[in-house]
Structures are given as structure tokens and as C-alpha cells.
Design a protein around this ligand. Structure first.
Ligand code: 4NP
Length: 157
């Protein structure tokens, strides 16, 4: 059975689609499935934001086929790891967790790079183009750490 990882932000059009595309590009496809979702429902069914598509494209990653969806309680059952982009996403996801085991699956993504510091991936939606470059670079760096950890943890399965 493949290991399943879910990336979560607010709208599922800027940060988590990038996190999905970047992490998937660093993991073997036969062993890992990476998906993303938003805590909000405004953009359900939409393509990622043009600026996320463009920055990913410039680094050789195509996220244009992704479609936004809303995070749902069932995701706690279906996914092994849930990475959220900021503290607000963390609270929204934890509020839906049915039990302690589900809560343990949820991590603030940048804590993988800066343990216990609770640093947010900033929301670039209302900002300028360079916000997307910053977000891409943060996610690329943390996804290197996550991919290495996941490959190590699941190497015998
Ligand atoms: P995301 O960015 O959570 O990184 O996808 C946002 C996208 C849309 C909105 C907020 C954040 N919005 O308010 O519509």
C-alpha cells in the first residue's frame, strides 16, 4: 500500500498545490501518493492560481492539472501524514479531528525544517509575484527534508 501524504492550506490554490507538486517530484510514485486540499471551499474545482502554476513551471513542475477541493473529516482516515501551511490551517484541521490518533497525523510543515518554531508559510494570495518565489523556495527546502525522512521511514515496506 502506498504511503499517503496530504498538503493543506486555506484556498488550495496557492501554497498546498505547490507543496503537492514539489513533494511528489521528490518521491517515487509507486510508493507514495501526494494530494492537497483547502480548509475553505471558495475555490473548489478550480485550477491552482496562475502565479503558482508559473513558478512551478519555471522549475520544471506541472501543477496545472490539479483541481481544488475542500479538506474533509474522511481525510484523517485516508492519509498517513497531513502537513498544514500555517497556524490557522492547523487549528481548522485539528478542530475536525475525530480522535487523538488523527491529531497526531497533523504537522505544521515548516516544523520539519525548524522544529517547534511554528513558522508559517506566508499566504501569497493578496501579495506580489515575489511572494510566490519565497513560498516556492521555502516549500522546496522543507520538501527535501520530508522526502528524505519518508523514504527512510518507509524503506522496508
Ligand atoms: P492558499 O491562498 O491558501 O495558499 O491557497 C489563498 C487563496 C485564496 C484565498 C486565501 C488564501 N481567498 O481568500 O480566496
Amino acid at each position: 500500500m502506498p504511503v499517503k501524504i496530504l498538503m493543506v492550506c486555506l484556498g488550495n490554490i496557492c501554497r498546498s498545490p505547490l507543496a503537492e507538486g514539489i513533494l511528489a517530484s521528490k518521491l517515487p510514485k509507486d510508493k507514495f501518493i501526494v494530494d492537497s486540499a483547502g480548509t475553505g471551499d471558495w475555490h473548489v474545482g478550480k485550477q491552482p492560481d496562475k502565479r503558482s502554476i508559473a513558478i512551478a513551471n519555471s522549475r520544471g513542475i506541472d501543477i496545472s492539472c490539479q483541481k481544488a477541493r475542500q479538506f474533509r473529516k474522511q481525510d484523517f482516515k485516508e492519509y498517513d501524514y497531513i502537513y498544514v501551511m500555517d497556524g490557522s490551517n492547523y487549528r481548522n484541521v485539528i478542530d475536525l479531528a475525530p480522535d487523538e490518533e488523527s491529531k497526531k497525523k497533523v504537522s505544521l510543515i515548516l516544523n520539519e525544517l525548524f522544529p517547534n518554531e511554528n513558522v508559517d508559510v506566508p499566504d501569497p494570495y493578496f501579495g506580489l509575484e515575489n511572494g510566490f518565489v519565497t513560498v516556492y523556495e521555502m516549500l522546496d527546502e522543507v520538501c527535501d527534508v520530508i522526502a528524505e525522512k519518508l523514504i527512510k521511514e518507509h524503506s522496508s515496506s
